[in-house]
Design a protein around this ligand. Structure first.
Ligand code: ADE
Length: 419
Protein backbone atom coordinates (compact mmCIF):
# COMPACT_ATOMS: atom_id res chain seq x y z
CA UNK A 1 0.00 0.00 0.00
CA UNK A 2 1.22 3.52 -0.83
CA UNK A 3 2.37 5.42 2.24
CA UNK A 4 1.39 9.07 2.44
CA UNK A 5 0.59 12.04 4.62
CA UNK A 6 -1.38 14.63 2.68
CA UNK A 7 -4.19 17.10 3.37
CA UNK A 8 -7.14 15.53 1.56
CA UNK A 9 -7.25 12.65 -0.93
CA UNK A 10 -10.60 13.93 -2.26
CA UNK A 11 -8.75 16.78 -3.98
CA UNK A 12 -7.24 14.32 -6.46
CA UNK A 13 -9.50 15.04 -9.51
CA UNK A 14 -8.60 18.75 -9.46
CA UNK A 15 -4.92 17.89 -9.03
CA UNK A 16 -4.99 15.42 -11.92
CA UNK A 17 -6.33 17.91 -14.44
CA UNK A 18 -3.82 20.54 -13.27
CA UNK A 19 -0.97 18.01 -13.66
CA UNK A 20 -2.17 17.27 -17.20
CA UNK A 21 -2.49 21.00 -17.97
CA UNK A 22 1.14 21.55 -16.90
CA UNK A 23 2.27 18.50 -18.87
CA UNK A 24 1.17 20.14 -22.12
CA UNK A 25 3.77 22.87 -21.48
CA UNK A 26 6.57 20.41 -20.72
CA UNK A 27 7.55 18.83 -24.05
CA UNK A 28 11.18 18.18 -23.14
CA UNK A 29 10.23 16.30 -20.01
CA UNK A 30 7.60 14.41 -21.99
CA UNK A 31 10.24 13.16 -24.41
CA UNK A 32 12.42 12.10 -21.49
CA UNK A 33 9.45 10.32 -19.92
CA UNK A 34 8.73 8.38 -23.10
CA UNK A 35 12.35 7.25 -23.41
CA UNK A 36 12.51 6.38 -19.70
CA UNK A 37 9.40 4.24 -20.14
CA UNK A 38 11.22 2.13 -22.72
CA UNK A 39 14.73 2.07 -21.26
CA UNK A 40 14.07 2.05 -17.49
CA UNK A 41 17.40 3.69 -16.56
CA UNK A 42 16.40 4.00 -12.90
CA UNK A 43 15.13 0.43 -12.47
CA UNK A 44 15.64 -0.94 -8.98
CA UNK A 45 16.66 2.44 -7.56
CA UNK A 46 15.02 4.22 -4.66
CA UNK A 47 14.86 7.97 -5.10
CA UNK A 48 13.82 10.41 -2.37
CA UNK A 49 12.85 13.88 -3.57
CA UNK A 50 12.42 17.00 -1.47
CA UNK A 51 10.89 19.50 -3.91
CA UNK A 52 8.04 21.99 -4.06
CA UNK A 53 4.97 19.80 -4.50
CA UNK A 54 3.47 21.45 -7.59
CA UNK A 55 1.92 20.21 -10.81
CA UNK A 56 5.29 20.71 -12.56
CA UNK A 57 7.03 18.58 -9.95
CA UNK A 58 4.32 15.96 -10.39
CA UNK A 59 5.38 15.60 -14.02
CA UNK A 60 8.99 15.12 -12.95
CA UNK A 61 7.95 12.41 -10.49
CA UNK A 62 5.94 10.71 -13.26
CA UNK A 63 9.08 10.74 -15.45
CA UNK A 64 11.22 9.24 -12.67
CA UNK A 65 8.66 6.53 -12.02
CA UNK A 66 8.48 5.79 -15.75
CA UNK A 67 12.25 5.32 -15.57
CA UNK A 68 11.77 2.59 -12.99
CA UNK A 69 12.54 4.53 -9.80
CA UNK A 70 10.77 3.81 -6.55
CA UNK A 71 10.05 7.39 -5.40
CA UNK A 72 9.07 9.28 -2.27
CA UNK A 73 8.20 12.98 -2.54
CA UNK A 74 8.23 15.44 0.36
CA UNK A 75 7.84 19.22 0.42
CA UNK A 76 10.83 21.53 0.28
CA UNK A 77 8.86 24.39 1.81
CA UNK A 78 5.94 24.32 4.27
CA UNK A 79 3.80 26.74 2.22
CA UNK A 80 4.44 25.70 -1.38
CA UNK A 81 2.55 22.40 -1.45
CA UNK A 82 -0.42 22.21 -3.82
CA UNK A 83 -2.66 19.85 -1.86
CA UNK A 84 -4.67 18.78 -4.91
CA UNK A 85 -1.47 17.73 -6.69
CA UNK A 86 -0.28 15.77 -3.63
CA UNK A 87 -3.66 13.99 -3.56
CA UNK A 88 -3.54 13.09 -7.25
CA UNK A 89 0.02 11.79 -7.04
CA UNK A 90 -1.11 9.40 -4.32
CA UNK A 91 -4.46 8.39 -5.78
CA UNK A 92 -3.87 8.43 -9.54
CA UNK A 93 -0.16 7.69 -9.77
CA UNK A 94 0.39 5.49 -6.70
CA UNK A 95 3.20 7.64 -5.33
CA UNK A 96 4.35 8.04 -1.75
CA UNK A 97 3.89 11.73 -0.87
CA UNK A 98 4.38 13.43 2.49
CA UNK A 99 3.39 17.10 2.21
CA UNK A 100 0.65 19.42 3.41
CA UNK A 101 0.34 23.12 2.66
CA UNK A 102 0.87 25.07 5.88
CA UNK A 103 2.51 22.23 7.78
CA UNK A 104 4.44 23.26 10.89
CA UNK A 105 8.17 22.77 11.37
CA UNK A 106 7.73 19.50 13.23
CA UNK A 107 5.58 17.99 10.49
CA UNK A 108 7.94 19.37 7.80
CA UNK A 109 10.91 17.56 9.33
CA UNK A 110 8.96 14.38 10.09
CA UNK A 111 8.28 14.26 6.34
CA UNK A 112 11.96 14.76 5.51
CA UNK A 113 12.81 11.83 7.79
CA UNK A 114 10.06 9.73 6.19
CA UNK A 115 11.76 10.31 2.83
CA UNK A 116 15.10 9.20 4.25
CA UNK A 117 13.71 6.14 5.98
CA UNK A 118 12.95 4.80 2.51
CA UNK A 119 16.74 4.17 2.26
CA UNK A 120 17.27 6.07 -1.02
CA UNK A 121 20.08 5.43 -3.50
CA UNK A 122 19.61 8.91 -4.97
CA UNK A 123 18.49 12.13 -3.27
CA UNK A 124 16.87 15.00 -5.16
CA UNK A 125 16.82 18.27 -3.23
CA UNK A 126 15.59 21.82 -3.60
CA UNK A 127 17.46 23.73 -0.90
CA UNK A 128 19.55 20.82 0.44
CA UNK A 129 17.32 19.95 3.39
CA UNK A 130 17.63 16.20 2.67
CA UNK A 131 21.41 16.52 2.36
CA UNK A 132 21.60 18.53 5.55
CA UNK A 133 19.56 15.93 7.51
CA UNK A 134 21.73 13.12 6.10
CA UNK A 135 24.96 14.88 7.04
CA UNK A 136 23.70 15.40 10.60
CA UNK A 137 23.13 11.64 11.06
CA UNK A 138 25.04 9.74 8.36
CA UNK A 139 25.17 6.48 10.32
CA UNK A 140 21.40 6.34 10.08
CA UNK A 141 20.77 7.65 6.59
CA UNK A 142 23.79 7.00 4.34
CA UNK A 143 22.99 3.25 4.01
CA UNK A 144 22.32 3.08 0.26
CA UNK A 145 22.99 6.59 -0.99
CA UNK A 146 25.40 6.87 -3.91
CA UNK A 147 24.52 10.24 -5.46
CA UNK A 148 22.17 13.21 -5.47
CA UNK A 149 20.98 16.26 -7.37
CA UNK A 150 20.26 19.81 -6.21
CA UNK A 151 17.80 22.23 -7.80
CA UNK A 152 18.51 25.69 -6.43
CA UNK A 153 21.19 28.35 -5.85
CA UNK A 154 20.79 28.26 -2.06
CA UNK A 155 21.17 24.47 -2.00
CA UNK A 156 24.28 24.60 -4.18
CA UNK A 157 25.83 27.17 -1.81
CA UNK A 158 25.24 24.77 1.11
CA UNK A 159 26.76 21.88 -0.89
CA UNK A 160 29.83 23.87 -1.88
CA UNK A 161 30.35 24.78 1.76
CA UNK A 162 30.24 21.05 2.69
CA UNK A 163 32.64 20.28 -0.16
CA UNK A 164 35.06 23.06 0.87
CA UNK A 165 35.16 21.63 4.40
CA UNK A 166 35.78 18.11 2.94
CA UNK A 167 32.56 16.95 4.60
CA UNK A 168 30.45 16.15 1.55
CA UNK A 169 29.59 12.45 1.82
CA UNK A 170 28.52 11.71 -1.76
CA UNK A 171 28.58 13.21 -5.27
CA UNK A 172 25.83 15.70 -6.08
CA UNK A 173 24.93 17.31 -9.38
CA UNK A 174 24.25 21.07 -9.18
CA UNK A 175 21.26 21.19 -11.52
CA UNK A 176 20.94 24.91 -10.75
CA UNK A 177 24.23 25.60 -12.51
CA UNK A 178 23.07 24.19 -15.86
CA UNK A 179 22.55 27.04 -18.31
CA UNK A 180 19.16 25.67 -19.33
CA UNK A 181 18.22 25.99 -15.64
CA UNK A 182 19.38 29.28 -14.16
CA UNK A 183 19.26 31.42 -17.33
CA UNK A 184 15.56 30.63 -17.64
CA UNK A 185 14.03 29.30 -14.39
CA UNK A 186 15.85 31.75 -12.09
CA UNK A 187 15.40 34.75 -14.37
CA UNK A 188 12.14 34.37 -16.31
CA UNK A 189 10.51 31.95 -13.86
CA UNK A 190 11.24 33.93 -10.70
CA UNK A 191 10.61 37.19 -12.53
CA UNK A 192 7.09 36.25 -13.57
CA UNK A 193 6.04 34.14 -10.59
CA UNK A 194 7.19 36.72 -8.02
CA UNK A 195 5.16 39.47 -9.66
CA UNK A 196 2.28 36.96 -9.89
CA UNK A 197 2.57 36.25 -6.14
CA UNK A 198 2.58 39.95 -5.21
CA UNK A 199 -0.43 40.66 -7.40
CA UNK A 200 -2.46 37.63 -6.28
CA UNK A 201 -1.78 38.42 -2.61
CA UNK A 202 -2.49 42.16 -2.78
CA UNK A 203 -4.09 43.08 -6.11
CA UNK A 204 -2.04 46.29 -6.05
CA UNK A 205 -1.33 48.22 -9.24
CA UNK A 206 2.38 48.06 -10.01
CA UNK A 207 2.35 50.91 -12.53
CA UNK A 208 3.94 53.96 -10.92
CA UNK A 209 4.90 52.15 -7.71
CA UNK A 210 8.41 52.39 -6.25
CA UNK A 211 9.58 48.80 -6.05
CA UNK A 212 12.87 47.81 -4.43
CA UNK A 213 14.60 44.59 -5.50
CA UNK A 214 17.20 43.44 -2.96
CA UNK A 215 19.78 41.35 -4.81
CA UNK A 216 20.68 41.33 -8.51
CA UNK A 217 21.55 37.69 -9.15
CA UNK A 218 19.64 35.77 -11.84
CA UNK A 219 16.43 35.90 -9.80
CA UNK A 220 16.80 39.59 -8.93
CA UNK A 221 17.44 40.44 -12.58
CA UNK A 222 14.21 38.66 -13.51
CA UNK A 223 12.13 40.38 -10.82
CA UNK A 224 13.54 43.83 -11.66
CA UNK A 225 12.97 43.32 -15.39
CA UNK A 226 9.37 42.14 -15.00
CA UNK A 227 8.49 44.80 -12.38
CA UNK A 228 9.72 47.46 -14.81
CA UNK A 229 7.61 45.81 -17.50
CA UNK A 230 4.54 46.42 -15.33
CA UNK A 231 5.43 50.10 -15.02
CA UNK A 232 7.06 50.13 -11.57
CA UNK A 233 9.98 52.45 -10.79
CA UNK A 234 12.59 49.88 -9.83
CA UNK A 235 15.46 50.43 -7.40
CA UNK A 236 18.09 47.72 -6.86
CA UNK A 237 20.17 47.15 -3.73
CA UNK A 238 23.28 44.95 -4.04
CA UNK A 239 26.56 44.21 -2.27
CA UNK A 240 28.50 43.00 -5.33
CA UNK A 241 30.16 45.78 -7.39
CA UNK A 242 29.85 43.94 -10.72
CA UNK A 243 26.20 43.09 -10.27
CA UNK A 244 25.56 46.67 -9.10
CA UNK A 245 27.22 48.03 -12.22
CA UNK A 246 25.16 45.69 -14.36
CA UNK A 247 21.97 46.90 -12.67
CA UNK A 248 23.00 50.53 -13.29
CA UNK A 249 23.66 49.85 -16.96
CA UNK A 250 20.42 47.89 -17.22
CA UNK A 251 18.84 51.24 -16.32
CA UNK A 252 17.90 50.72 -12.67
CA UNK A 253 18.55 53.06 -9.74
CA UNK A 254 21.12 51.44 -7.44
CA UNK A 255 21.64 52.54 -3.85
CA UNK A 256 22.12 51.14 -0.35
CA UNK A 257 19.09 50.02 1.61
CA UNK A 258 19.19 53.17 3.76
CA UNK A 259 18.58 55.27 0.63
CA UNK A 260 15.94 52.93 -0.79
CA UNK A 261 13.91 53.13 2.43
CA UNK A 262 12.88 56.69 1.58
CA UNK A 263 11.21 55.57 -1.65
CA UNK A 264 10.18 51.96 -1.34
CA UNK A 265 6.50 51.06 -1.51
CA UNK A 266 7.10 47.38 -2.32
CA UNK A 267 10.24 45.42 -1.37
CA UNK A 268 11.28 42.01 -2.74
CA UNK A 269 14.27 40.16 -1.25
CA UNK A 270 16.06 37.73 -3.58
CA UNK A 271 19.59 37.58 -2.18
CA UNK A 272 19.90 34.07 -0.72
CA UNK A 273 21.31 35.69 2.43
CA UNK A 274 19.95 36.41 5.88
CA UNK A 275 18.57 39.60 7.54
CA UNK A 276 18.39 41.69 4.38
CA UNK A 277 15.38 43.64 5.72
CA UNK A 278 15.88 43.95 9.46
CA UNK A 279 14.95 45.81 12.64
CA UNK A 280 16.85 48.99 11.74
CA UNK A 281 14.92 49.19 8.45
CA UNK A 282 11.32 48.59 9.55
CA UNK A 283 10.88 51.90 11.41
CA UNK A 284 12.28 53.88 8.48
CA UNK A 285 9.89 52.45 5.89
CA UNK A 286 7.04 54.44 4.42
CA UNK A 287 3.57 53.86 5.81
CA UNK A 288 1.87 50.87 4.16
CA UNK A 289 5.06 49.46 2.65
CA UNK A 290 4.66 45.92 1.30
CA UNK A 291 7.52 43.52 1.96
CA UNK A 292 8.02 40.02 0.58
CA UNK A 293 10.68 37.43 -0.16
CA UNK A 294 11.42 35.29 -3.19
CA UNK A 295 14.66 33.76 -1.92
CA UNK A 296 14.66 30.06 -0.98
CA UNK A 297 14.61 30.37 2.83
CA UNK A 298 12.49 32.63 5.04
CA UNK A 299 15.58 34.27 6.54
CA UNK A 300 15.83 37.34 4.32
CA UNK A 301 13.28 39.39 6.29
CA UNK A 302 13.64 39.43 10.09
CA UNK A 303 10.02 38.46 10.67
CA UNK A 304 10.51 37.58 14.35
CA UNK A 305 11.78 41.08 15.08
CA UNK A 306 8.92 42.60 13.11
CA UNK A 307 6.44 40.60 15.21
CA UNK A 308 8.16 41.70 18.43
CA UNK A 309 8.18 45.37 17.47
CA UNK A 310 4.58 45.46 16.30
CA UNK A 311 1.89 47.05 18.49
CA UNK A 312 -0.80 45.27 16.51
CA UNK A 313 -0.88 42.44 13.96
CA UNK A 314 -3.86 41.46 11.85
CA UNK A 315 -4.52 39.42 8.73
CA UNK A 316 -5.88 41.59 5.92
CA UNK A 317 -6.23 38.97 3.17
CA UNK A 318 -4.85 35.52 2.45
CA UNK A 319 -1.06 35.86 2.60
CA UNK A 320 -1.15 39.50 3.81
CA UNK A 321 -0.43 40.44 7.44
CA UNK A 322 -0.51 44.02 8.68
CA UNK A 323 2.01 45.06 11.34
CA UNK A 324 1.41 48.40 13.07
CA UNK A 325 4.69 49.75 14.41
CA UNK A 326 5.29 52.04 17.43
CA UNK A 327 5.58 55.01 15.00
CA UNK A 328 2.05 54.13 13.81
CA UNK A 329 3.25 53.21 10.34
CA UNK A 330 1.98 49.96 8.87
CA UNK A 331 3.98 47.28 7.11
CA UNK A 332 2.35 44.54 5.05
CA UNK A 333 4.22 41.22 5.08
CA UNK A 334 3.33 38.72 2.35
CA UNK A 335 3.30 34.93 2.84
CA UNK A 336 5.04 35.09 6.25
CA UNK A 337 8.28 36.04 4.50
CA UNK A 338 8.41 32.68 2.72
CA UNK A 339 8.76 32.29 -1.05
CA UNK A 340 6.00 34.62 -2.24
CA UNK A 341 5.91 33.09 -5.74
CA UNK A 342 5.13 29.60 -4.46
CA UNK A 343 3.09 30.57 -1.39
CA UNK A 344 0.80 33.22 -2.85
CA UNK A 345 0.95 32.02 -6.47
CA UNK A 346 1.80 28.72 -8.17
CA UNK A 347 5.56 29.03 -8.66
CA UNK A 348 7.22 29.19 -12.03
CA UNK A 349 5.17 28.31 -15.09
CA UNK A 350 5.48 24.79 -16.51
CA UNK A 351 7.10 26.10 -19.69
CA UNK A 352 10.25 27.01 -17.77
CA UNK A 353 10.16 24.16 -15.22
CA UNK A 354 10.23 21.86 -18.26
CA UNK A 355 13.94 22.57 -18.72
CA UNK A 356 14.79 22.56 -15.00
CA UNK A 357 13.13 19.21 -14.50
CA UNK A 358 14.50 17.69 -17.70
CA UNK A 359 17.89 18.55 -16.16
CA UNK A 360 16.83 16.80 -12.94
CA UNK A 361 15.63 13.64 -14.69
CA UNK A 362 18.66 13.41 -16.98
CA UNK A 363 21.04 14.10 -14.10
CA UNK A 364 19.42 11.27 -12.12
CA UNK A 365 19.98 8.99 -15.12
CA UNK A 366 23.59 10.22 -15.40
CA UNK A 367 24.44 9.51 -11.74
CA UNK A 368 22.70 6.13 -11.95
CA UNK A 369 25.06 5.21 -14.78
CA UNK A 370 28.30 6.85 -13.66
CA UNK A 371 28.23 7.01 -9.86
CA UNK A 372 31.03 4.46 -9.49
CA UNK A 373 33.45 6.85 -11.13
CA UNK A 374 32.34 9.99 -9.26
CA UNK A 375 34.05 11.54 -6.23
CA UNK A 376 32.43 13.17 -3.22
CA UNK A 377 32.15 16.46 -5.06
CA UNK A 378 29.66 18.90 -6.50
CA UNK A 379 29.32 18.22 -10.26
CA UNK A 380 27.99 20.31 -13.08
CA UNK A 381 25.31 18.92 -15.35
CA UNK A 382 27.28 17.53 -18.33
CA UNK A 383 27.37 20.10 -21.13
CA UNK A 384 25.98 17.60 -23.62
CA UNK A 385 22.78 17.28 -21.53
CA UNK A 386 22.48 21.06 -21.18
CA UNK A 387 22.84 21.65 -24.93
CA UNK A 388 20.47 18.80 -25.82
CA UNK A 389 17.76 20.28 -23.58
CA UNK A 390 18.15 23.67 -25.30
CA UNK A 391 17.97 21.98 -28.70
CA UNK A 392 14.80 20.02 -27.90
CA UNK A 393 13.17 23.05 -26.27
CA UNK A 394 13.75 25.18 -29.37
CA UNK A 395 12.43 22.40 -31.58
CA UNK A 396 9.31 22.05 -29.44
CA UNK A 397 8.73 25.79 -29.92
CA UNK A 398 9.00 25.37 -33.68
CA UNK A 399 12.15 27.45 -33.84
CA UNK A 400 14.95 26.48 -36.21
CA UNK A 401 18.43 28.00 -35.98
CA UNK A 402 21.39 28.34 -38.34
CA UNK A 403 24.35 25.98 -38.50
CA UNK A 404 27.95 26.94 -39.20
CA UNK A 405 29.19 26.52 -42.76
CA UNK A 406 32.37 24.48 -43.30
CA UNK A 407 34.19 27.73 -43.98
CA UNK A 408 32.98 29.22 -40.68
CA UNK A 409 34.06 26.14 -38.72
CA UNK A 410 37.52 26.39 -40.28
CA UNK A 411 37.70 30.13 -39.51
CA UNK A 412 36.87 29.57 -35.85
CA UNK A 413 39.62 26.99 -35.47
CA UNK A 414 42.29 29.04 -37.29
CA UNK A 415 44.60 31.62 -35.76
CA UNK A 416 46.28 32.97 -38.91
CA UNK A 417 43.47 35.15 -40.26
CA UNK A 418 43.63 38.81 -39.26
CA UNK A 419 43.00 42.32 -40.61
N1 ADE B 1 10.30 26.27 -8.07
C1 ADE B 1 9.81 27.40 -8.57
N2 ADE B 1 8.66 27.19 -9.22
C2 ADE B 1 8.39 25.87 -9.14
C3 ADE B 1 7.36 25.04 -9.62
N3 ADE B 1 6.35 25.53 -10.33
N4 ADE B 1 7.42 23.75 -9.31
C4 ADE B 1 8.44 23.25 -8.59
N5 ADE B 1 9.45 23.97 -8.14
C5 ADE B 1 9.44 25.28 -8.39
Amino acid sequence: MTKYDIADIRLAPKGKSRIEWASAQMPVLELVTRRFQKEKPLKGLKLSACLHVTCETANLMIALKAGGADTVLVASNPLSTQDDVAASLVKDYGMAVFAKKGEDNKSYYSHIYAALEQGPHITMDDGADLVSAIHKDPAKYMRNIFAGTEETTTGVIRLRSLEAQHKLLYPIVAVNDAQTKHFFDNRYGTGQSTIDGIIRATNVLLAGKNLVVCGYGWCGRGVAMRARGMGANVTVTEIDPLKSLEAVMDGFRVMPMTGALKYGEIYVTVTGDTSVIRKEHFLKMRDRAIICNSGHFDVEIDVKDLRKMARKVRTMRDCVEEFTLPNRRRIYLLAEGRLVNLSAAEGHPAMVMDMSFANQALSAEWVAEFHDSLDKKVYRVPEAIDKEIARIKLKSMGIAIDVLTKEQVAYLSAWEAGT
